[in-house]
Design a protein around this ligand. Structure first.
Ligand SMILES: [Cu+2]
Length: 283
């Protein structure tokens, strides 16, 4: 009995160790009772998270200040204490303060906000381009400057998944991207509005037919990251997930070599027609 217990303990410890090793891979998806944002996997998301935390401090202090004012007014100026109400209607100092102080707060917020917006906008030193095309109801991907192939990424239905693959998030052809690389993301759609969103990358960008939206990421850590279409696009909107496998540069090069054999070339005439449905050809 004692032996069995220690066996069980060892098994539990080993399971925990394996789970810890697989940590980054398993961590980047929503979990029950999770509080706050998903862990950041890119400098983009790190900066978004710290800006979010700054705003949380600002709004908390403002809310507490307003609460304090309300309590003060209720205690100091209630009817019982002031049977003869004052006729005061103007106070220059207070009026200037409640105009100027909010302006100063807004400007203080605007500066880091615009800095972050421009940082997220695009990179001048892209080493790799991934083009995502939203379709009803799956994503197509092209690697125009890195292998020049294209594939479709469809959600795995119940019964198609391995036990460790999450429901509504796993796909048949995950995107593979290298870590520590500036990756330009080009996002568009061939039919209706979609939105390419991966929370731990800090990316949520509309996919618009006839328009090419651009942003960029740099993934810090190997692992599997999940996202979903985030613009209501029809009945199967909830069933077009995004699955990204971030791997080492060497593993990525090996995958590209294999993918060039397995997947269609991105510039074949029939692919070009499919990509440009909706009036666009964004190469
Ligand atoms: Cu969609």
């Amino acid at each position: 009995m004692i032996l069995r217990k220690s066996d069980r303990l060892r098994t539990a410890l080993m399971t925990a160790a394996i789970a810890a090793m697989a940590g980054p891979a398993a961590a980047q998806q929503p979990r029950p009772w999770e509080l706050g944002l998903q862990p950041a996997a890119t400098p983009q998301m790190e900066q978004i998270t710290s800006f979010h935390n700054l705003l949380l401090w600002v709004i908390t202090l403002i809310t507490l200040f307003v609460l304090g004012l309300l309590i003060y007014v209720m205690v100091r100026f209630n009817e019982k204490r002031n049977p003869e109400p004052t006729k005061t209607s103007h106070n220059i100092v207070v009026e200037i303060l409640w105009t100027v102080v909010p302006v100063v707060i807004l400007v203080a917020i605007a500066v880091p906000s615009f800095r972050l917006l421009y940082y997220l906008d695009r990179t001048d030193e892209a080493e790799l381009t991934l083009k995502a095309i939203g379709r009803q109801w799956y994503w197509s991907y092209e690697y125009p400057d890195n292998g020049n192939f294209t594939f479709d990424s469809l959600m795995l239905e119940d019964g198609q998944r391995q036990p460790e693959q999450p429901r509504l998030l796993a796909t048949n052809n995950p995107i593979v991207l290298p870590v520590d690389t500036n990756i330009r993301l080009l996002i568009t759609a061939s039919d209706v509005l979609h939105s390419w969103a991966v929370p731990s990358f800090g990316v949520k960008l509309d996919a618009v037919p006839g328009r090419l939206n651009e942003t960029w990421v740099r993934i810090n850590q190997e692992g599997v990251y999940y996202g979903q279409c985030s613009e209501l696009c029809g009945v199967r909107h909830a069933y077009m997930p995004i699955e990204v496998h971030a791997v080492s540069k060497e593993a990525y090069a090996a995958w590209v070599a294999d993918a060039q054999q397995r997947f269609a070339r991105a510039d074949l005439p029939e692919r070009r027609v499919a990509s440009s449905a909706g009036g666009m050809d964004a190469r």
